[in-house]
Design a protein around this ligand. Structure first.
Ligand code: NAD
Length: 497
């Protein structure tokens, strides 16, 4: 059986804390194991990354970009293989997985522009015969800790830009689906990246804690659930590191009375149930404005939710697959039970769904609740499953307040034909990423990704120019060359006279 090892300095290195099983979510069968690592293994990875650092940091940006160009081509040539590595351990459908990889490749394409992105500023004559230039320099050894739901894309939000900026990198991927991270690292080595510039350490909390406490790790990027994001931010910053920690979400889609209801329902189906709801930008709450809008929405939505085609990743007709693990399935079922207990109206019940021939798989059917109120657990907490809650609002203002009062602020969308309503929504809403008639407004690679409130701890979002700022530190050099000017010792603050 395959055991996913660590990759340190280009070599496979076993962990020292045993292994953890990896399952096929469609069958419930164990298909592999992943090694688990302690602080001693993290030390080895940091040492390898530090050894590689001077050479890589001093490699001209154009040469670093050439590695990115080669990497992009290798990823494209291996798209199907990377997507299959995702599917077999995560469970999402093949087309969905390919989409994930393509969005990751787009960040690599952005990283190809690093010579231009790192170009500094220069001013001649900031004073008499004095010139000044600003430059962005790499931080050193940096680390990324990533979740199970995008095992290729989220690591690619991080390491291509970190490495292009001249840092060396340690990736601690999710221990639930290690195949894709390993494959994309191998392709990076094939692209010509020197050994030690990118390393993988597999493991759980002990490996994360070792990264957070290691004095030579200068910055940590984290993506995962909010409690762990907050812990990573607090622990990492207390240890003097720069940290960006992206957390969980509860994304609302507001549907105005004038919205094109067919378009809104199509959007809600894909954004709510695609990838079985295991997306941080999934729409998990629909907020129709007005009772009539709500009735029309639920009437159109319910048959669509009951009719979702559920299947294994390689079934070309499947619209969604299973959840990632049995524990996660139990958690999602627990939320559905809680919703019923707390009095929400269960319009479509996915709890008893079983796929013929795959009865041990971690499948949950599409589920729809109506008349969900803001005090209910299923409204307040992230479910991360194929469950959409309809929470009715009486007015636009009430819809805005609901979204703004929620602890999360990752993504949101408004569906309307009214430009004033759309503009006012985008202005007022306390959420980092807003869609107008766009259900999953994930910014493209040359913008940046990031939520507000308890969906992001730290000052910088992921990829785009935010990544250049996060993975570099600014240096400004002011220089004077001997010109025969002698002004004598100056004890006052230097002025530009
Ligand atoms: P998770 O928080 O359980 O795990 C994320 C990472 O943290 C993993 O690498 C894991 O090994 C590590 N980890 C887990 N428990 C830990 C602990 N106690 N101490 C230290 N490290 C620990 O998240 P997940 O279940 O893998 O992923 C789903 C979550 O990620 C959802 O909440 C989702 O919203 C969020 N997510 C957010 C974004 C975003 O951009 N905001 C993107 C994708 C996923």
């Amino acid at each position: 059986m395959t055991i996913y090892q660590n990759i340190i300095g280009g070599n496979a290195v076993a962990g020292d804390m045993g292994t953890q099983p990896i399952y096929n979510p469609a069958t419930g069968e164990q298909i592999a194991e992943v090694t688990l690592s302690s602080a001693a293994i993290v030390d080895q990875a940091v040492a390898a990354a530090q050894e590689a650092l001077p050479g890589w940091a001093n490699t001209p940006p154009l040469k670093r970009a050439r590695v990115m160009f080669a990497y992009k081509e290798l990823l494209e040539a291996n798209l199907e293989k990377v997507a299959e590595a995702i599917c077999t351990q995560h469970g999402k459908t093949l087309e969905d997985a390919k989409g994930e990889v393509i969005r990751g490749i787009e960040v690599v394409e952005f990283a190809c522009g690093i010579p231009h992105l790192l170009r500094g500023d220069y001013t001649r004559n900031v004073g008499p015969a004095i010139d000044s230039y600003s430059d962005r320099q790499p931080l050193g050894v940096v680390a990324g800790i990533t979740p199970f739901n995008f095992p290729a894309m989220v690591p690619m939000w991080m390491f291509p830009m970190a490495i292009a900026c001249g840092n060396t990198f340690i990736l601690k991927p999710s221990e639930r689906d290690p195949a894709a991270p390993q494959l994309i690292l191998e392709l990076m080595q094939e692209a010509g990246l020197p050994a030690g510039v990118l390393n993988i350490v597999n493991g759980g909390k002990p490996a994360v804690d070792a990264i957070l406490h290691h004095p030579s790790v200068k910055a940590v990027s984290f993506v995962g659930s909010t409690p762990i994001a907050e812990y990573v931010y607090q622990t990492g910053t207390a240890n003097g590191k720069r940290v960006q920690a992206l957390g969980g979400a509860k994304n609302h889609m507001v549907i105005m009375p004038d919205a094109d209801m067919d378009q809104a329902v199509d959007a809600l189906m894909g954004a709510g149930y695609g990838s079985a709801g295991e997306r941080c930008m999934a729409i998990s709450v629909a907020v129709p404005v007005g009772q009539d809008t709500a009735d029309r929405l639920v009437e159109k939505l319910a048959p669509r939710v009951s009719g979702i085609k559920i299947g294994t990743w390689n079934d070309p007709d499947a619209e969604m697959g299973p959840l990632v693990t049995e524990q996660h399935k139990d958690k999602v079922l627990g939320y559905i039970n809680k919703g019923v207990e707390e009095g929400a109206n269960l319009v479509v019940d996915g709890r008893d769904f079983a796929l013929q021939g795959y009865e041990n798989g971690y499948f949950v059917g599409g589920t729809l609740f109506d008349h969900v109120t803001t005090d209910m657990t299923i409204y307040r907490e992230e479910i991360f499953g194929p469950v959409v809650c309809v929470a009715r609002a009486d007015s636009f203002d009430q819809a805005v307040s609901m979204v703004n009062d929620h602890e999360y602020g990752n993504g949101t969308a408004i569906f309307t034909r009214d430009g004033d309503a759309a503009r006012s929504y985008a202005d007022q809403i306390q959420v980092g990423m807003v869609g107008v008639n766009v259900p999953i407004p994930v910014p493209v690679a040359y913008h940046s990704f990031g939520g507000w409130k308890r969906s992001l701890f730290g000052d910088h979002g992921a990829y785009g120019m935010e990544a250049v700022r996060f993975y570099t530190k600014l240096k400004t050099v002011t220089s004077r060359w001997p010109t025969g000017i002698r002004s004598g010792a100056q004890f006052n603050f230097p002025l530009n006279n």
